[in-house]
Design a protein. Structure first.
Length: 342
């Protein structure tokens, strides 16, 4: 049976495959306190520790006994996971369940063990393809057997103030009444103007006196292609496949590699972007720092769940739980008075 606490002052979270902290930062901004963040990559773990020394970061495989122990000790309100995307990415072989990197079964096992009140899973758009419909249904059925109502939804980062398209497959699950109170976030830019690359990067592009910074920013008023960090097996410090590079070239960016510094005063177009600039395009704050070599850091940035999207989904989850708990308190207050009536 799922936890039925009616305490709204504290929302706790355990996060699996936390990476560089994009999802964690957004959930923190939504009011969740992390009890544990678990990731196998040593550089990503150091990134988390460097930015949030108070976070309990565990370097472990999600399938390991160490991970199970950390999660079960925490007993969180929310279990969130940004499991690896290569099993479902259109850039890979799309082996799904047959890919050794598919960690969704491990996440489901932990959900069964700790029974959080809410579940949040995110992955690439490819998971929503028809070829994976049976797999998605199996996940929903597994969650239903544990007492959760869950739903998949395709969210675009551009709709939440992030200057890139970045479609993500997002699953939210909660016990029945709480899920009935859940409303998917609509996204700010559905009613306001979207944020564009030029506006976000203009200051950084001009930071070393690049004389073309203003002209570049003026013609870069568009949404960026989706960043692709690649996997530990494949991918390097570049801006993705040829189609993505062509889109970058249209706004004066050379996507074949990553720069160490912003453009110098007399640099010509196209220019290369730095990892900090790409982090801004992913929705990270300017003061969020990354640990590791260029390839490792770019992978952390490119694979992140944009913090503004995680914040919006986290707030929607928290509001649903708050509404459910408020209704439960009202019932508790009503029932004793009702019993005292003649």
């Amino acid at each position: 049976m799922l936890h039925q606490s009616v305490t709204t002052s504290l929302r706790t979270c355990v996060e699996l495959c936390s990476g560089a902290g994009g999802q964690a930062l957004g959930l923190e901004q939504a009011g969740f306190r992390h009890q544990a963040l678990i990731d196998l990559d040593s550089d990503a773990c150091q990134t988390l520790r460097q930015n949030r020394p108070t976070w309990h970061v565990v370097q472990a495989d999600v399938r390991s006994a160490e991970c199970v122990l950390a999660a079960t000790r925490a007993r969180p309100c929310l279990l969130a996971a940004g499991v690896p995307c290569p099993p479902f990415s259109i850039a890979g072989r799309q082996l799904g369940l047959n890919d050794e990197r598919d960690l969704i079964p491990a996440a489901l096992a932990l959900i069964s063990a700790i029974k959080p009140r809410a579940v949040l899973l995110e992955n690439v758009k490819g998971l929503l393809q028809a070829k994976f419909s049976t797999y998605r249904t199996a996940i929903l059925r597994a969650l239903a057997s544990l007492g959760y109502t869950a739903e998949w939804r395709l969210l675009y980062a551009r709709d939440f103030g992030v200057p890139q398209l970045r479609p993500r497959a997002v699953l939210v699950g909660m016990e029945g009444q709480a899920f009935a109170n859940f409303r998917w976030p609509a996204g700010a830019s559905l009613t306001t103007e979207a944020v564009h690359v030029g506006a976000v990067l203009r200051e950084s592009m001009a930071s070393r006196g690049w004389r073309l910074a203003d002209a570049w920013a003026a013609q870069a008023q568009r949404i960026a292609p989706t960043l692709c960090g690649g996997s530990r097996k494949h991918g390097g410090p570049d801006l993705g496949p040829s189609r993505a590079r062509r889109a970058w070239a249209e706004i004066g960016v050379n996507g074949s590699s990553i720069a160490n510094e912003p453009p110098a005063p007399h640099d010509q177009l196209p220019v290369r972007l730095t990892v900090p600039q790409l982090a801004l395009l992913q929705g990270f704050p300017p003061d969020w720092t990354f640990v590791g070599g260029k390839t490792s850091v770019y992978r952390q940035v490119g694979n992140a769940f944009p913090p503004p999207v995680a914040r919006a989904v986290g707030r929607a989850i928290a509001e649903a739980l708050d509404h459910t708990d408020a209704s439960a308190r009202d019932m508790e207050q009503f029932q004793p008075a009702n019993r005292r009536s003649p």
